[in-house]
Design a protein around this ligand. Structure first.
Ligand SMILES: [Zn+2]
Length: 470
């Protein structure tokens, strides 16, 4: 079955067909590093990390570029009211962003493109648009004339009439039509600026992305991702800029948008007092639990973030981790010979592999894919009761690790396996077994009780004693 991807532009699921064989060029709007990374960012970047991981799993060579908007209105506003240099703000918040992404196992980005590294390319694009009569300069500012582009509104389904600003927004009188947007902004006092044919100034937000992607990918590429909130006007403006400039349509083959992150049924907003910064959430929950929480819904669905929802996600994910730990111990130390439940487990693993890929091929349905893992986990637990050999456990673990790599889950429990804790616990279990054989119950009970104190419980099983981390 081919991979199907929901394309916002056509409003339907389409077969995924790349432009250049196994190569996939993918761009996702990055952050403006002026404030803390929030929960909406975390959801977006976990989503597209998963998308890139699954495409790679299917054998595509994904080149994933994310931009860093290191010059933009909000950053400059923060600079002016904090009195801090904009570069300091960028350094602080990009460092925080990278740390947060690491905690969420977000690792798929190949290249971060910084907007200020593309000023010459941005200026070239604006010059091109002015030359074609699509953009116009007024006292050091340059605007895009949306009436000159007949595809305006095709992504978001909006029309120019609807785009008239409300009464609360004052229209810049110098614009030819109210929806026109800035490509270049003249320097105001205290603002960072670069030289340009229109005088000193800085780029508008939308042109940064097309300058980056046209430079790196050329006039057309496979996937553009981002949050739904960016669809209008930001992504609409990107299409207008690139298609008017290069004449190549469509600029992007698949536009992918993640559903909104809600808090208590409302949009997250500083003004509503329901703003969640990711570093605060990571004090309460492990990054992998947060990742599980996001992936346990379809990426296009809105998600309602709540502490209760996170507690529930934590419990569910722990159930999978418990099974993972049992399985990895059996894969190391289970019995050699064939065991009663081997065949049943092998069949369950093969079926899970097929169902997992079917779910992921259906527009990256991670909710369904996780349900497949839960069903397999139940089968693993049942099989252990009947008895499973070491090799059957190894085959099953190999498959679960593939699922984990695609979803970016089970990464920490795997890494823990590499540190000696694992081996030390095994040694203690062995010593306790020796003590029990000698009927030295004082020693065996002491080991059991001391382990319990540090959160390790021992369980008797067919294959011997197993330990479990709480
Ligand atoms: Zn963007």
């Amino acid at each position: 079955m081919p991979l199907k991807v929901y394309n916002t532009l056509t409003r339907k699921k389409e077969d995924f067909v790349t432009m250049h064989g196994r190569r996939v060029n993918m761009f996702v709007c990055g952050i403006t590093p002026y404030d803390h990374v929030h929960m909406g960012h975390a959801k977006t970047y976990v989503t597209f990390d998963m998308v890139a991981r699954y495409l790679r799993h299917k054998g595509y060579r994904v080149f994933y570029v994310q931009n860093v908007t290191d010059v933009e209105d909000r950053l400059i506003a923060r600079m002016l009211d904090s009195g801090r240099d904009w570069r300091d703000l960028v350094a602080e918040f990009i460092t925080e962003y990278m740390a947060v992404m690491e905690a969420l196992n977000v690792t798929a980005v190949n290249h971060f493109a910084w907007a200020t590294d593309y000023i010459p390319e941005i200026i070239e694009q604006i010059k091109g648009l002015v030359k074609k009569g699509i953009a116009y300069a007024v006292d050091g500012d340059v605007f895009y004339d949306v009436t000159k582009f007949d595809g305006w509104g095709k992504l978001s389904g909006m029309i120019v009439e609807e785009l008239r600003p409300g009464a609360r927004v004052e229209v810049d009188k110098r614009k030819r039509s109210p929806a026109d947007f800035a490509l270049w902004k003249s320097q105001k006092p205290g603002e960072p600026a670069w030289d340009s044919p229109w005088g000193k100034g800085r780029p508008g937000w939308h042109i940064e992305d097309t300058a980056i992607t046209v430079s790196i990918f050329g006039p057309q590429y496979d996937i553009h991702g981002g949050a739904t909130e960016l669809m209008f006007p930001h992504h609409e403006a990107e299409i207008a800029q690139a298609e008017a400039l290069t004449g190549v349509k469509p600029f992007v083959r698949y536009w992918m948008h993640g559903g909104m992150l809600m808090i208590g049924g409302e949009e997250m907003h500083k003004s509503l007092g329901n703003f969640w910064a990711v570093p605060d959430a990571l004090k309460l929950f492990d990054g992998e639990v947060l990742r599980f929480f996001f992936l346990n819904a379809h990426y296009r669905s809105p998600i309602d973030f709540s502490l209760e929802g996170m507690e529930e996600a934590k419990r569910s994910y722990q159930r999978l981790l418990d099974t993972y730990q049992l399985l990895s111990q059996s894969a190391k130390r289970g019995s050699d010979g064939p065991m009663t439940a081997d065949a049943v487990l092998d069949t369950a693993v093969t079926a899970a592999k097929t169902k997992f890929e079917e779910a992921m091929d259906d527009d990256f349905n991670t909710r369904e894919a996780i349900a497949v893992i839960f069903a397999l986990a139940s089968q693993i637990n049942r099989s252990f009761e009947a008895g499973v050999s070491k090799t059957a456990a190894q085959r099953c673990l190999g498959q679960i690790d593939i699922f984990g790599d695609v979803l970016g889950l089970f990464q920490k429990v795997r890494r823990q396996g590499l540190v000696p804790t694992d081996a030390l616990l095994d040694i203690l279990v062995q010593i306790r077994e020796e003590a029990r054989k000698r009927k030295d119950f004082a020693v065996s009970d002491l080991i059991r009780d001391k382990l319990k104190e540090i959160g390790v419980t021992l369980e008797d099983a067919k294959e011997g004693v197993r330990w479990k981390l709480k």
